[in-house]
Design a protein around this ligand. Structure first.
Ligand code: GLU
Length: 449
């Protein structure tokens, strides 16, 4: 990803026309939008190319999906505790707003680039449409290693970033949420900063807030619960019993640990876990609550007493039935896809599988539950949180979980049906359902002026 760090972004001043069959010229995509820029955005464009033949008349609008609607790059200067001034690069990308306000998380990571945030924003458009929540897609991020900042520095960084992107965000404009390395506290600072700037407490400007500040019960667990829910549905359809199934999880943050815990509670065995501190394996299955305690006290899975260490490359070929990549993009590649033994891959992360790897898995009969449906539980409960904030009426956790499970099951059943009808992968099927919804909204709204 470092190969296309985006400090100097060349914006193409040329305008384009939506329908390339007209007599007017369609200018080539600017270089930073092209698929041969390998990485998440290139991966996303390949996914759009695959869905295009299934869009019928709506295909005339498909160019919309290849260009983010709006990109904001901001300088985020803060004073460090030692008195020096540090500058960080921040982004907010609104990929598509046809179906509603922008919605998507904010990532703090040292590898964040504009290209990555663009792809993540586009996957939010697809994901939100796939589960039919009334949002467009957006994403934000700052290129920073938050582990190197004090709490005060992190707060100043978050507040300055929020002010800088204040042009774009708002409860009915674009609603950020947690993503990699951001959490309820970061959302509380964002909500407070936005509220101070507009002169009124605006809880609905972000989701994933602490429950005492207008957050929703069940939001922290929602992504992992959604991963578990679609995993159980898919396992039923392929005749794979969850009881006794062996699970390998990459990433033991908010998504991986909740999904792992729920599968273990349903009788599965978590046999391998990889995070930034290392890879551990235990063929008879980990004691997941004990592993969670170890991670909470030491900061990672490495050194957990009942596990053996494994090389990070060997993680991918561990004997298991279910593999859950729940970390970052581009983890399952053509280098490791062929060795994967699982029958089911459930993408807890966004963009963990490259297109080449997707094809290898498909050829090998491995069923991939794509990110744009598998990890949509988080944004689904974000939607519930936003609705609760608007109405100032809060629901019980049971009600939230029941609604979440219903939405995930219905969305998954719909996608499964489309995959069978067209004989395509679940990824392409999800894109068919979602892109039709987005482009239908686009067509009905029409172009302005
Ligand atoms: N960051 C999460 C995702 O990638 C949640 C986004 C949201 O709740 O808006 O889906």
């Amino acid at each position: 990803m470092a190969a296309y760090a985006t400090c100097s972004i060349e914006f193409d001043p040329m305008t384009t026309v939506e329908n390339s069959s007209s007599a007017l010229p369609t200018h080539a995509l600017p270089s930073y939008l092209q698929a041969d820029h390998l990485g998440p955005w290139g991966n996303y464009l390949q996914q759009i190319d695959r869905v295009t033949p299934y869009l019928g008349g709506l295909a005339r609008w498909v160019e919309t999906l290849k260009r983010p609607k709006r990109i904001l790059v901001v300088d985020v200067p803060i004073e460090l505790d030692n008195g020096t001034i540090a500058h960080f690069e921040g982004y907010r990308v609104q990929h598509n707003l046809s179906r509603g306000p922008g919605k998507g998380g904010v990532r703090f990571h040292e590898d964040v680039t504009l290209s990555e945030v663009m792809a993540l924003s586009a996957w939010m458009s697809v994901k939100n449409a796939a589960v039919n929540v009334p949002y467009g897609g957006a994403k934000g991020g700052i290129r920073v290693d938050p582990g190197k900042l004090s709490r005060g520095e992190l707060e100043r960084l978050t507040r300055r970033y929020t002010s800088e992107i204040g042009l774009l965000i708002g409860p009915s404009k674009d609603i950020p949420a947690p993503d990699v390395n951001t959490n309820g506290q970061v959302m509380a600072w964002m909500m407070d900063t936005y509220s101070m700037n507009v002169g009124a407490t605006a809880t609905g400007v972000v989701t994933g807030k602490p429950v005492d500040l207008g957050g929703s019960l069940g939001r922290v667990e929602a992504t992992g619960r959604g991963v578990f829910t679609v995993g159980v549905e898919a396992a039923k359809l392929i005749g794979l019993p969850i009881d006794g199934a062996r699970i390998a999880v990459q990433g033991f943050g908010n998504v991986g640990r909740i999904a792992g815990r729920l599968f273990a509670e349903a009788g599965a065995k978590v046999v391998a876990v990889q995070d930034h501190t290392g890879t551990i394996v235990n063929h008879s299955g980990f004691d997941v609550p004990a592993l969670l305690e170890h991670v909470n006290s030491t900061g990672g899975v490495s050194g957990f007493s009942s596990g053996e260490a494994l090389s990070s490359a060997d993680f991918w070929s561990v004997e298991c039935e279910i593999l859950i990549p729940a970390a970052l993009e581009n983890q399952i590649t053509k280098a490791n896809a062929g060795g994967i033994k699982a029958r089911l891959v459930i993408e807890g992360a966004n963009g963990p599988t490259t297109t080449d790897a997707d094809d290898i898995l498909n050829d090998n009969g491995v069923l991939v539950l794509p990110d744009v449906i598998a990890n949509a539980g988080g944004v689904t409960v974000s939607y519930f949180e936003w609705v609760q904030d608007f109405s100032s009426f809060f629901w019980s956790e049971d009600e939230i979980n029941a609604r979440l499970v219903r939405i995930m099951q219905e969305a998954f059943a719909g996608v499964w049906q489309v995959a069978r009808e067209h004989k395509v992968s679940l990824r392409t099927a999800t894109f068919i359902v979602a892109c039709q919804r987005i482009l239908h909204a686009r067509e009905m709204r029409g172009l302005y002026p």
